[in-house]
Design a protein around this ligand. Structure first.
Ligand code: SAH
Ligand code: SF4
Ligand code: F3S
Length: 445
């Protein structure tokens, strides 16, 4: 019989959903008399919540596991668990490949953690990677890990059934399911009462949020409305929208409520119809442009950001040029840009050929990055002279006299504090910028 593991450290990689999941894990553990620590050297168990989206995300975790192995040399009782998408993708295989791993738990099995940890305490290895069609952790009040006390994530749904041909998420997170809207609104209310000023509603494709009950159905625009109505001083953001079903109804709700932030993340992936078809994205460039025009019609001041993949299977230079063209046409405020990384067992892995060379992928990616650098700078320059309402998030790392915060468009502003503090709303006039920050001063009115 081993010792009870008392102190647990959680380390998180990947997307916002994963960070949100770690907070659910934290809550489940705290309720079961485990203490969470923010100091890894204190821990007798380290849980790493992993990402499998690209090969380099997994390589990073493998490297981290090697480091933990070195740590265990000075602390033989240390236990290591792998949670999240890589756990789900590799399952028990992970324990065989990495002897440091004692515990493997998939994203839908976190309620089993206390039970699994007691098996580990008793000296055996443990795993649960069952995916669920119902689990939404709806009534679990997440502990807020590493939070600034001002902004928080709320998961509103889990899983994904879009099966974009390159993507591992439908396999690691299972069927799509929505969470009871009442529990979402209550969680947002509790956060606001505790002083939080901004919440981000999370899902892989929030547009397909749907809850049917006796009182009728709640779709995503209706959910946003209910959350926005909690208080005008509570900012509402969301991520991510799939372009195929970004509705006018949602844009209308966004335009109606000033506290629903004017910023839309609309991953395009490619500017070529041929690629979009191979990617199984279910929209065309023309459809995407129509959605951008609709956003601009409802909210001329709305920021638009995107994700893009360079060098997907069969991509020709012509397709790549079309991506650059679309980027210029939209004029994104910001973009997350990736090289295609083949993921085992996806449609693309089984039926398409990863035939763009590594050098060519890099070259195309660098071209997109260079173009986006210019577009971001243009977008930030346009803000010079404008005045924005800013929610203050903290003190600038470089200069203690300065504060930083975000405007509704999600751009970061830095300015002199004038006695204000994190959590306050202030009006800031932009005087200057870089391609990632607006520099301004508070205007009192
Ligand atoms: N659900 C979100 C995105 C989740 S993954 C959506 O559909 O918009 C975040 C981004 O990672 C994707 O938008 C895509 O650009 C990128 N991505 C996903 N799989 C990838 C792969 N195999 N190789 C490279 N990038 C990938
Ligand atoms: Fe992956 Fe597509 Fe689902 Fe996004 S919508 S998580 S890219 S399958
Ligand atoms: Fe997120 Fe990575 Fe999983 S992006 S859903 S943690 S594969």
């Amino acid at each position: 019989m081993g010792d009870r593991l008392k102190t647990i450290f959680i380390e998180t990689y990947g997307c916002q959903m994963n960070f949100s999941d770690s907070e659910i894990v934290g809550s489940i553990l705290s309720k079961n008399e485990y203490a969470l620590t923010t100091d890894i050297t204190d821990a007798d168990c380290i849980l790493i919540n992993t990402c499998a989206i690209r090969d380099n995300a997994e390589q990073r975790i493998r490297k981290r596991l090697k480091e933990l192995k070195a740590m265990r040399r000075n602390k033989p009782w240390l236990k290591v668990g792998v949670l999240g998408c890589m756990a789900e993708r590799l399952k028990e295989q992970l324990m065989n490949e990495e002897d440091i791993v004692d515990l493997v738990v998939g994203p839908d099995a976190y309620r089993a953690l206390p039970e699994l940890l007691s098996q580990v305490e008793a000296g055996s290895k443990a795993a649960n990677v069952l995916l669920s069609e119902e689990e939404t952790y709806a009534e679990i009040d997440p502990v807020r890990l590493g939070s600034n006390g001002i902004s928080a994530f709320i998961s509103i749904m889990r899983g994904c059934e879009n099966f974009c041909s390159y993507c591992v998420v439908p396999y690691t997170r299972g069927r799509e399911r929505s969470r009871d809207p009442e529990t979402i609104v209550n969680e947002a209310k509790r956060l606001f009462e505790r002083g939080y000023k901004e919440i981000t509603l999370l899902g892989q494709n929030v547009n397909s949020y749907r809850w049917d009950c006796d009182g009728g159905k709640v779709d995503f625009p209706e959910l946003v409305k209910r959350v926005a109505e909690i208080n005008p001083k509570l900012r509402v953001r969301y991520s991510t929208s799939h372009p195929k079903d970004l509705s006018d109804k949602l844009l209308e709700v966004m335009a109606t409520y000033p506290n629903v932030c004017k910023s839309i993340h609309l991953p395009v992936q490619s500017g070529s119809n041929r690629m979009l078809k191979l990617m199984n994205r279910k929209y065309t460039v023309e459809w995407y442009k129509d959605r951008i025009e609709a956003i601009r019609r409802y909210m001329p001041d709305c920021a638009i950001t995107t994700d893009v993949i360079a060098g997907f299977c069969g991509e020709e230079v012509e397709d790549h040029l079309q991506t650059l063209e679309l980027f210029s046409w939209v004029g994104y405020d910001y973009a997350f840009m990736f090289k295609y990384s083949m993921r085992p067992n996806t449609y693309a892995h089984k039926y398409l050929k990863d035939d763009v060379s590594e050098e060519e992928k890099t070259r195309r990616l660098e071209e997109i990055i260079a173009l986006q650098g210019k577009l971001s700078l243009e977008s930030y320059r346009k803000d010079v002279g404008k005045t924005f309402e800013v929610l203050i998030e903290g003190t600038s790392k470089r200069n203690k006299e300065q504060l930083f915060g975000r405007n509704s468009q999600n751009k970061v502003l830095v300015f002199n504090g004038n006695g204000y503090k994190p959590g306050d709303y202030v009006m800031v006039k932009v005087l200057d910028c870089t391609s990632a920050t607006l520099i301004g001063e508070i205007v009192e009115n």
